[in-house]
Design a protein around this ligand. Structure first.
Ligand SMILES: *Cc1c(COP(=O)(O)O)cnc(C)c1O
Length: 393
């Protein structure tokens, strides 16, 4: 019996458990002090009323013989795939509903998609970034190279012809930096991938936060992307589904490598290893993209955007360098007076009761930076900003 030795190469991720432990220790040491939590990347506002009533109705259907449904299509119900296709149309991307695969979330698909690729490929991953890309490829034993994101490139690395990469990850708007690529910048990545015959894995989990014109909502806004890119998205941040679970992945018909069609490969993979998302959840997700649902989820996104704006205004006033916030629920700031983001975390907690996430936890280039999230409630954000002003003003 041989285990997968690649698991030995995983770095233990103590980041969020360490944070939780430190926050708990602080709370027991200072029971009277308020803790302002702006650390974890999870939504706080409830599901939209349209989503809740659609799921109630679907639950009732499941309780009646006449409307009960057993296994659904592995790829997702047509009503949801069509709703997603229509959502894409709102930003000028025209997909076929059959190119869309519904899943229980983007994280699963981002891991599962690696089934389609050989272990010999070299993977290019931005640094800093969402840790899932590094860990899933480490588990599979792939060679990983990094694209350095830093202050000089605005945390938006561009392709380097000297780097040999077969699988390229792009996360835009980025977690943790909040930086978002323009359509024009993505064109350079698409051209690079098509020249090399590489495949781009594009994570659009935060697309609904894009507010500036010219920035991409989808990689398919770029001509040629259908020949090289798979896109992952989710209802998690768009519609507060982090605990309800529903995502979607687009694998274009036109994506082919080594004489194989990746759309057909993914369909084969999903029909073999996946049995679809709960009918009730799919009804809820489709309701999020109904006209009433869209209006309601936009209100929540606006509330998070207002929080981000509050944080950015405070940092502007303090002349602290940051990126993100405008097209993302994340604000990524340069630790004032600290080069060690973990030391800055301790300082901020101890002195202000503010909890964020040390940038060093997202990759080597994240060191010296710090992530604050706008997913907290408005009052918490206001108080945290006041604390920052007292501390650094
Ligand atoms: C939150 C998040 C996702 C969404 O994951 P789900 O599994 O759909 O909840 C995907 N990518 C990034 C970068 C994220 O931050």
């Amino acid at each position: 019996m041989k285990i997968n030795q690649n698991y030995r190469n995983l770095k233990e991720s103590y980041l969020f458990s360490d944070i939780a432990r430190k926050v708990a220790a602080f709370a027991s040491k200072y029971p009277e002090r308020e803790i302002l939590k702006m650390g974890i990347g999870d939504v706080t506002l409830p599901l939209a009323p349209a989503v809740v009533s659609a799921m109630e109705e679907a639950a009732r259907e499941q309780g009646e013989k006449a409307t009960f449904r057993g296994y659904g299509p592995e790829q997702g119900y047509p009503f949801l795939r069509e709703a997603i296709r229509d959502y894409y149309k709102t930003f000028g991307v025209f997909l076929d509903a059959d190119e869309i695969f519904v899943s229980d979330g983007a994280k699963s698909d981002l891991g599962n998609v690696l089934d389609l690729f050989g272990a010999e490929n070299t993977v290019l991953i931005p640094d800093p970034v969402y840790p899932v890309y590094v860990d899933t490829n480490t588990m599979a034993g792939r060679k990983i190279v990094f694209a350095a994101a830093n202050e000089q490139n605005g945390f938006l690395p561009m392709p380097d012809e000297n780097i040999e990469a077969d699988i390229i990850y792009i996360c835009s708007p980025n977690n943790p930096t909040g930086a978002a690529y323009s359509v024009k910048q993505l064109r350079a990545w698409v051209e690079y991938a098509n020249r090399r015959g590489a495949v781009i894995l594009y994570d659009a989990a935060y697309e609904s936060f894009v507010s500036e014109a010219g920035l991409a909502r989808s990689i398919y806004e770029v001509e040629g992307a259908r020949e090289c890119a798979i896109e992952f998205c989710s209802f998690s941040k768009t519609a507060g589904f982090t605990g309800t679970r529903c995502g979607y992945t687009v694998v274009p018909f036109a994506l082919e490598r080594e004489g194989m069609n990746l759309h057909r490969m993914w369909l084969r993979r999903q029909t073999t290893k996946f049995n679809g998302v709960s009918y009730i959840v799919q009804r809820g997700a489709a309701a999020a993209f109904s006209s009433a649902g869209l209006e309601q989820i936009r209100q929540n996104i606006s509330a998070y955007r207002a929080n981000a704006k509050t944080i950015c205004a405070a940092l502007d006033g303090l002349k602290i360098w940051y990126t993100g916030g405008k097209n993302s629920p994340y604000v990524w700031l340069k630790c004032p007076g600290f080069s060690d983001s973990f030391a800055f975390f301790d300082y901020l907690l101890e002195r202000a009761g503010v909890v964020g996430t040390p940038g060093g936890g997202f990759g080597r280039n994240g060191e010296g930076y710090f992530r604050l999230t706008a997913f907290a409630d408005g009052a918490t954000v206001q108080k945290a900003c006041k604390k920052l002003q007292e501390l650094f003003g």
